[in-house]
Design a binder for this molecule. Sequence first.
Ligand code: PLP
Length: 354
Amino acid sequence: MEIQILPLAEKKQPITDESKLAFGTQFTDRMFVMEYTAGQGWHSARIQPYGPFTLDPACAVLHYAQEIFEGLKAFRRPDGRIALFRPEENVKRFNRSARRMCMPEVGEDFFLGAIKKLVELESDWVPKSEGTSLYVRPTMIATDPYLGVRPSNTYLCYVILSPVGAYYKGGLAPVKIWISDEYIRVAPGGTGEAKTGGNYAASLRASMEATAQGFDQVLWLDAVNRKYVEEVGSMNICFLYDGKIVTSPLKGTVLDGITRRSVLTLCRELGYEIEERALSIDELLEGAENGRLQEAFGTGTAVVISPVGQLTYRDRTVTLSEGKFGELTLKLYETLTGIQYGRLPDNHGWVELL
Ligand SMILES: Cc1ncc(COP(=O)(O)O)c(C=O)c1O
């Protein structure tokens, strides 16, 4: 399928002050769009001016949330070139999410090519300052104008781009985590492993309560026992416990994070033993109190690495790494961002240069 490039009548104001860039508030001039019709497959691929869609109010996604998305970043390197970080992994995960949500898969090479083409056309929008990037958001929605509950026969797939600011403007800051024993994110057999909007809608209530109490993020426990650590906010979570890296196994309720995978690879290379196992809340809090838990950090595309400074469960609060960031946490942050921005060699073939 060919991608039609439609003319751009008007260019928006370029980024004037990169220090004022936030997350996901500003969008570039163009977007990629393609449509799917059962029996015909994907068609009408185009790069067109960014703008609203016209959707039927009965459209399936608006009622039953049949939708998926992805999130990856393009980085500006010192030589001016643009790098995508492991984009083929995002495309593969997009298709895994599509299968779980009964949606059509995209051609991996075609879709990756479309993302690259769009970023290339919009390359003026990739910011240059330290820590900034261009966030890439592939999305697919169900568009049948039908109120029955069944998979749609028509879909819209699009990619939008948003220049984003440095997450840690004042340096790498440890976060305060609230461990919820009331709310859960997903349950076994549910859609936790898919990147689908409903999971995030379900997380809002707990996040809102956490923020109201002065916390930064929610740590999700497993839905069955309300006992084992799964994820934190929209991130995977890893612990340096007894000198080993401990993280929740991928068993359907945890997103298979690309940052998580990269961190586990780097930790293995640094000589750490990796334990993908259930870690109970008691083991976690006791470890923080008796020093066996040395460091904890979230991993995800938006923040890369987020050090955990404090954990609160019911009326018990523990502090980690004296509320600062740990040595390993900082090393991983610097290694990953070093590879992404081209300050360090890419020995794993993770970077795709445009
Ligand atoms: C629920 C959840 N867990 C983990 C992650 C981290 O995944 P990745 O490292 O691929 O960004 C994300 C973000 O994409 C997420 O939304």
